[in-house]
Design a protein around this ligand. Structure first.
Ligand code: CA
Length: 224
């Protein structure tokens, strides 16, 4: 069973989310304090984290940043601060998605499912013609005998480019395809995800570049 951690200090809201998630077949674990949540999640990982931004103890951004050091667990931030969104989804913090308060619990359940689908419900695709192998189920990239894990945003980003070798995508096209909804993030956020993805690829195979910048336009994937 998929275990969703609900890190939320408003008891009524936490109980409501728990009810909706439970009736949709999820298992839940509640935390109403940020410090306890971080310790608990590091000691005993879950499959998904719903993370309030403002919490007693460690705040949501710090929890997210700490979890990201060792884990690719999907994280949706719950926030009333619309101006924080870019930062939350950027590399500095690394959330997979966000939901603005106030929200309906039904929407939260739908978004949890959408993120889980993006992260895992696509077939394994291996390109046997080269040593470059993108495993969508495991969210891993293998080049030769080296492997790294990818966040769901990195996986989506790489998949868009990799599935269309040679095609140039501008940042807008990348944005709409990564997030599947109508969100606006800055070009810098896209660039920072590309940069991080390149660093991961470079660690696997330093001598070859796969993601190429096309000056003034965007990015493309090419094996050479
Ligand atoms: Ca709060």
């Amino acid at each position: 069973m998929t275990v969703v951690a609900i890190v939320e200090d408003e008891p009524k809201l936490a109980a409501l989310l728990k009810d909706y998630l439970t009736s949709d077949g999820f298992d839940t674990r509640l935390y109403d304090n940020g410090t306890e949540a971080l310790n608990g999640l590091l000691q005993s990982p879950v499959d998904f984290v719903l993370l309030d931004l403002m919490l007693p103890g460690t705040d949501g951004t710090e929890i997210c940043r700490e979890l990201r050091k060792t884990s690719n667990v999907p994280i949706i931030m719950l926030t009333a601060k619309a101006d924080e969104i870019d930062r939350l989804l950027g590399l500095e913090i690394g959330a997979d998605d966000y939901i603005c308060k106030p929200f309906s619990p039904r929407e939260v359940v739908a978004r949890v499912k959408a993120v889980l689908r993006r992260a895992s419900d696509t077939p394994v695709k291996a390109d046997t013609g080269t040593d470059f192998e993108l495993n969508e189920n495991a969210a891993t990239l293998r080049i030769g005998d080296k492997e790294c894990s990818l966040t769901s945003v990195e996986l989506n980003l790489l998949k868009i480019l990799y599935d269309n070798p040679g095609r140039i995508f501008n940042r807008n096209q990348i944005m709409t395809r990564i997030y599947n909804d109508n969100r606006i993030v800055s070009d810098r956020t896209i660039d920072s995800h590309v940069k991080k993805l390149r660093q991961k690829i470079e660690a696997l195979k330093p001598e070859q570049q796969y993601i190429h910048s096309v000056y003034g336009i965007g990015y493309k994937f090419e094996m050479a």
